[in-house]
Design a protein around this ligand. Structure first.
Ligand code: AMP
Ligand code: MN
Ligand code: MN
Ligand code: MN
Length: 299
């Protein structure tokens, strides 16, 4: 097989805060020329079977995926897991615990929005939720757009849902150590998601990468929808400096909201190890896309 270049290993479905089903995302990835795809819902792997089956039916190479919410030095950091066994009980329990605080947090967010005159936000956000265990800030953002408070979800985050703003409720997620351990124990590779998004000092960022490596983390997103072209080069250097493999993913959520479409980012810079090279034996693929092939495969 020729080397894979167009890998898109980061996106979200209705199983977390995306607006498309796993099947629609698979079709969109295929149509956009993606060669290797992973669905990485927040703190949730309930969409993995559907994503893998849809990819298989399209002849699209697939890796299992998840994006775990972590608290590190009082900030939220996202760790992507790739190529793990989705039946692993340690991973499943860890994710279920991580999701656990979201219901109360959402009610607290609603209370704090009510104090600035926005009422009914919890009920409003719930209308956009596809998975009752996974209510996120994105669902509140969609409600605030629908009700005319803001023009788009970016404005909502800027004015209401980020640190220091009226609808923001601090939350403690999983530890970095646990998130990396769950992914590794399930046979996967852990990847630091969109590192340029965090507001760490140089020393704090060094601590994140050092501890991540010490816990057994193996990859970092270099080319992502959250990075500028300059940041691709910065984090390519960081990957080489820390001996980490490099990942690539759009972080696509929605045709109406996302600035970055599946499979359309530049390829990884040179002299990096693509993270999927570490996962060659975890890639799921069948070339038989004839009708009935899925049934024969037991899906
Ligand atoms: P949560 O896991 O509930 O804290 O929600 C996090 C999600 O909100 C992210 O995965 C993004 O989809 C979205 N998000 C976070 N910050 C922003 C931002 N500044 N602009 C747009 N979307 C954001
Ligand atoms: Mn999201
Ligand atoms: Mn993220
Ligand atoms: Mn994401």
């Amino acid at each position: 097989m020729t080397p894979i270049l167009n890998a898109d290993l980061h996106c979200h479905s209705v199983v977390s805060d995306g607006t498309l089903t796993p099947e629609a995302l698979a079709a969109r990835a295929k149509a956009n020329g993606v060669e290797l795809w992973a669905l990485t819902d927040h703190d949730e792997i309930g969409g993995q079977q559907r994503a893998a089956a849809a990819a298989q039916a399209l002849g699209l190479h697939y890796l299992t995926g998840v994006e775990i919410s972590v608290t590190f030095l009082d900030q939220t950091v996202h760790i992507v897991g790739l190529g793990f066994n989705p039946e692993d009980p340690v991973l499943k329990l860890g994710l279920s615990q991580t999701r656990g605080g979201r219901g109360q947090r959402a009610m607290d967010m609603s209370d704090s929005l009510a104090k600035v005159g926005i009422s009914g936000a919890y009920e409003g956000a719930c209308k956009f939720v596809g998975n009752p265990e996974l209510i996120s800030r994105t669902h509140f953002a969609r409600f605030l757009v629908e009700s005319g408070v803001c023009r788009d979800t970016y404005e909502v985050f800027r004015k209401y849902l980020t640190e220091g703003k009226p609808g923001f409720v601090p939350h403690r997620w999983a530890s970095l150590k646990d998130a990396v351990r769950w992914i590794r124990e399930a046979g996967g590779v852990a990847v630091i998601a969109h590192p340029a998004r965090y507001k760490f000092s140089t020393n704090e960022e060094f601590a994140l990468f050092t501890e991540f490596k010490n816990h057994g983390g193996q990859g970092v997103e270099v080319v992502t929808g959250s990075h500028s072209a300059a940041e691709y080069l910065t984090y390519a250097d960081t990957a080489r400096e820390f001996g980490l493999a490099a990942s690539r993913g759009s972080d696509f959520h929605s045709p109406a909201e996302s600035h970055t479409e599946l499979g359309t980012l530049p390829f990884l810079p040179d002299k990096l190890t693509p993270v999927w090279e570490l996962l060659a034996d975890r890639i799921q693929y069948t070339s038989d896309t004839s009708p009935g092939a899925n049934a024969a495969m037991g899906h």
